[in-house]
Design a protein around this ligand. Structure first.
Ligand SMILES: [Zn+2]
Length: 397
């Protein structure tokens, strides 16, 4: 994942100079139903499972022609459970998931196209989403809208909109996921469209166009967030980067990630030749942040734990972040222990993090969760760290 983060940050840089940028590289296409599960049976006798497979195969061709990598959850007529479809998808390291279906309704007048996605604003308690999917709503929603718009433009089917949904395949994955109900098999006009091979080709083209058009705005998950201004200022300065184009303000960050940010603000001294870096059982020279960690160790910003570990990927607590950041900002001549009490009721005078918390609070860089509570053992969020770094860079600008 962190390697991915690194690759993505390079990728985002390339993207800025590349006009042909598309969000996704690899796409999972899922043909609904199959085998013993025919899906809906059309008013004209069509089986949904055959229609979805044909569109999926055509979509694969369309996407490959546009330069994408494509995998299908099924390429022939056999049964796969919903869970197997998502387990398969989660192993693909893909960027997008799209499931193809035909719709059916008791009232044969119902027709048109709709696209389902998981929306965290409309959760259903008995159908919980994966942790990752709860964070992906902005992307899934935009993906759904883009594919729907493209489909309606080309096919002129009735626009039944994008629909928040808790169906399994859109809520259990780990990447932006949608399910398109292409048209109603229960409606004569729509069923005739689905029965026509050329129209199914057009449907595949339209979905592929929607995938190409899907280009989420970077950091769209920070709009309206209390730390938006700080995060965007740091982004502007190249200090913070995102993942999948988003910042994930409420996620924690690891020790290695915090050190990477500090190193971007004020690069650590290069490690002198011949310096021996203490070996740690959990730090390989292949770790994505090894060069930064080696410099941070040499400079004394971090040290290991008992038992010879460094825990570079461990989520950092507010107390640890304060101590680490305090080492980073502290002038050699200042003694943070001289600082007055910070007013935090949950920072005992003799706590190992008290000098750092008090010093940073008095500098106006660190804030509590409330005016009187520091909450030392909670993990610090990416939003909180951005606010802290932004206050610091404002001071030193
Ligand atoms: Zn279906």
């Amino acid at each position: 994942m962190r390697k991915l983060l690194f690759v993505l940050s390079i990728w985002i840089c390339l993207v800025i100079i590349s006009p042909s940028f598309a969000y996704a590289i690899k796409i999972v296409v899922d043909a609904g139903h199959g085998g013993s599960d025919p899906g809906a049976i059309g008013i004209n006798g069509l089986s949904e499972k055959n229609v979805t497979l044909d569109i999926a195969l055509k979509l694969k061709t369309e996407l490959i022609n546009r330069g994408y990598e494509v995998v299908l959850s099924r390429e022939d007529d056999h049964y796969i459970s919903l869970k197997d479809r998502i387990d398969y998808t989660n192993q693909q390291n893909a960027d997008l998931f799209l499931s193809i279906h035909g719709n059916s309704y008791p009232n044969s007048q119902a027709k048109g196209t709709l696209v389902l996605y998981y929306d965290n604003q409309h959760p259903q308690n008995s159908y919980p989403a994966s942790e990752q999917m709860t964070k992906l709503t902005p992307l899934s929603k935009l993906f759904a809208q883009q594919v729907l718009d493209s489909f309606i433009n080309k096919l002129h089917t009735e626009n039944q909109d994008i629909v928040p949904s808790s169906v399994y395949v859109v809520r259990k994955g780990t990447i932006p996921s949608i399910l398109i109900e292409t048209a109603f098999l229960s409606n004569a006009e729509d069923a005739a469209l689905l029965a026509d091979s050329d129209t199914r080709t057009k449907m595949a083209e339209a979905i592929a166009d929607g995938i190409v058009a899907f280009r989420p705005a970077e950091f769209s998950d920070v709009y309206g967030h209390w730390a938006q201004a700080a995060i965007l200022r740091l982004k502007e300065q190249g200090i913070v980067t995102g993942n999948n184009h988003l910042y994930y303000p409420e996620h924690s960050l690891s020790r290695a990630e915090l050190l990477t940010l500090l190193n971007r603000i004020h690069p650590f001294a290069e490690v002198a030749e011949g310096t021996i870096i203490t070996p740690f059982t959990d730090l390989s020279p292949q770790h994505w942040a090894y060069p930064t960690l080696a410099k941070a160790l040499a400079a004394g910003y971090i040290s290991g734990y008992e038992g010879g570990t460094l825990k570079p990927d461990q989520a950092i607590s507010r107390a640890e972040a304060a101590v680490l950041f305090n080492r980073f900002v502290e002038e050699p001549q200042t003694k943070s222990s001289d600082n007055l009490n910070s007013g935090f009721l949950d920072v005992p005078e003799d706590a190992w993090y008290a000098p750092a918390a008090n010093h940073l609070k008095n500098l106006g860089i660190l804030q509590g969760k409330t005016p009187t509570l520091f909450e030392p053992s909670q993990t610090i969020t990416r939003a909180e760290i951005a606010a802290l770094l932004d206050r610091w860079t404002a001071k030193t600008r």
